[in-house]
Design a protein around this ligand. Structure first.
Ligand code: HEC
Length: 205
């Protein structure tokens, strides 16, 4: 059978819809590794991802307003290690001071090298037991266990760079200077680089 869209035709179509053939070729090429997930976990992951973009957007908003307290809060409670668990705790009515105490304890444990994993991702349970041990997967709701180790590592790197933002912000004394903004932006870019690193290598569909 004669092909309707031969090469020159494709080039014309591609040009008409606004791509040069070269660009069309780049777009069509997809070397990302497929992570196979059950539908439920796939949807959870994508929802979590959309949430991450909102979080980064909120952080940029807070930064633009010079609201460093909010920047730090977002880093600690929406991006850092254990954030899913903290959120659940706050939602279940546990006072903020208690959650913050747990967060700091986990931070200390991680720094001293003990209790690796600090309870990121809360599996399917509700995250009891202060997150000792357990190399959770970082996506909560059981997505983590489907993830290859390299992907989990990238997830950890993301949480790690959120922790770096938090530390940088906590060092600011008084009004933030241009230098402070630069430092936070550098940390924030380190964070978005982890998004990017994962996205260039993996897909779920
Ligand atoms: C550990 C790996 C990993 C990290 C880190 C990561 N992502 Fe993703 N993200 C994925 C995967 C896998 C997909 C699905 C891509 C696909 O199948 O096409 C995805 C998809 C998305 C999507 C599309 C969601 C949808 O509904 O289609 C957005 C938005 C997104 N990520 C934002 C982010 C942001 C922002 C960050 C960093 C703050 C981030 N991601 C970090 C792995 C990651």
């Amino acid at each position: 059978m004669k092909k309707i869209l031969n090469r020159p035709m494709l080039a014309i179509v591609a040009t008409v819809i606004g791509f040069s053939p070269a660009v069309a070729q780049v777009v069509a090429q997809d070397d990302r590794e497929l992570i196979k997930l059950p539908v439920k976990q796939q949807n959870l992951l994508l929802a979590e991802m959309r949430g991450l973009l909102e979080t980064v957007d909120d952080m940029l908003g807070a930064l633009a307003q010079g609201d460093m307290k909010k920047v730090k809060y977002i880093a600690d409670y929406r991006l850092g290690f254990g954030h899913a668990r903290f959120k659940k705790m706050l939602e279940s009515g546990i006072p903020e001071s208690q959650v913050e105490k747990l967060r700091l304890e986990m931070l200390k444990r991680r720094k001293s090298g003990g209790g690796h994993g600090g309870g990121y991702g809360s599996g399917q349970g509700s995250g009891h037991g202060a997150g000792q041990g357990g190399r959770g997967g970082g996506f909560g709701q059981g997505v983590g266990r489907f993830m290859p180790p390299e992907v989990r590592q990238l997830g950890r790197a993301m949480h790690e760079s959120a922790g770096k933002i938090s530390i940088t912000v906590s060092k600011i004394k008084g009004e933030p200077t241009a230098q402070d903004y630069k430092a936070i932006l550098a940390d924030l870019q380190a964070l978005t680089s982890t998004c990017r690193a994962c996205h260039v290598s993996y897909k779920v569909r």
